[in-house]
Design a protein around this ligand. Structure first.
Ligand code: ATP
Length: 323
């Protein structure tokens, strides 16, 4: 038997007076799945979580948790734990009392007392023995962990975490990500799908660093290995782009494609672009190099130091068409 998804949104829209915070949102999250909403500030992430938690009602559409429509279910009966960005700890309560508040509407799971549950959870979030502390006396990270312990206290079915500002971390820990843009989802997939194969220009530019280029297709041809190649006139130069997965590409059209910085290399012999090195950011193992190419900025990631005039190139197969 296939079980119902833990979370299911179907055409969910939330409008405030003048703003549509989320528009026609549909996605499902399975039991045990780590699903992350990513997108720029104001794209609707928090609103989506507030709708799931029951702190807001959708203007249209439906939300099901384990197959049950929760339109009329109040937050305390949804079995959803929420950790908001601002932690929302009660300042007049101790750390222990804050965590115990998570048990206000239900008893702790398993055969333990409330006090034992609080102690176990504080241990879990590495704050063992801090029950009597005041939230004022904690660091930001510690406050966040208290908020996490409070959300976990009743053993929720779904845990919502409104805090993923580090995109690399989001890609590393998530089973799937949904990329949001202006209240809508542009693309949903595993990080390994979304990063190399963004479906829209927005996703290409938002997820990781990217170089988005566009030009007119001047010729279609087949390369030595039988791959379909478009020659694209970028203005200063013409480059070759593999378009095997895009049967609709044809001569005379505008093609938008992206090339990841790690695919712009100095030793390539195809698709050469003559650039001038601008600023260089040291990232530890690699450097992010800002290149000027005829007044346009390109990004490269290299392990070697670059300076002055540099010719970079990319493999036609490393260009990915986004429009
Ligand atoms: P951030 O990353 O900055 O937290 P977000 O993606 O979580 O942003 P939301 O807080 O969901 O964004 O906001 C989505 C849009 O809805 C924004 O334009 C915001 O101004 C608007 N909005 C959110 N809450 C309300 C409200 N209560 N009344 C009116 N507009 C709102």
């Amino acid at each position: 038997m296939v079980s119902d998804p833990a979370v299911e949104l179907d055409g969910v829209t939330k409008r405030y007076e003048t703003t549509t915070a989320v528009a026609d949102l549909s996605f499902a999250v399975s039991e045990g799945e780590f699903f992350t909403l990513v997108g720029p500030s104001g794209c609707g992430k928090t609103t989506t979580l507030r709708l799931l938690g029951g702190f807001e009602s959708p203007t249209a559409g439906s939300i099901r948790l384990h197959g049950v429509d929760v339109a009329d279910v109040p937050p305390e009966d949804r079995h959803v734990g929420v950790v908001f960005q601002n932690y929302a700890l009660f300042p007049h309560m101790t750390v222990g009392e804050n965590v115990a508040y998570g048990l206000k509407f239900s008893s702790p799971p398993g055969d333990v007392t409330g006090e034992e549950r609080v102690a176990d959870l504080l241990e879990l979030v590495d704050l063992g023995g801090m029950e009597e502390r005041n939230p004022r006396e904690l660091s930001g990270g510690q406050k966040q962990r208290v908020a996490m312990a409070r959300a976990l206290a009743p053993g929720p079915d779904v845990l919502l975490l409104d805090e993923t500002h580090d995109q690399e971390e989001a890609l590393a820990i998530s089973d799937r990500v949904a990329v949001m843009h202006d209240g809508r989802i542009d693309q949903v997939g595993t990080p390994r799908d979304v990063y190399p194969r963004p479906e829209t220009r927005f996703v290409a530019e938002f997820v990781g660093d990217n170089n988005v280029l566009s030009g007119t297709v001047t010729a279609m041809r087949t390369d030595g290995g039988g791959g379909r190649v478009a020659d694209v006139d970028l203005g200063p130069t013409t480059v070759a782009v593999r378009v095997d997965g895009n049967p609709a590409v044809s001569t005379g059209e505008t093609l938008v494609f992206c090339v990841r910085p790690e695919h712009l290399t100095v030793d390539g012999t195809t698709n050469q672009l003559v650039t001038t090195v601008g600023s260089v950011e040291f990232l530890g193992g690699t450097t992010r190099v800002h290149l000027d190419w005829n007044g346009r900025e390109l990004l490269a990631r290299t392990r070697t130091a670059l300076d002055g005039t540099v010719t970079v190139g990319f493999d036609p197969a490393d260009a990915h068409v986004v429009g």
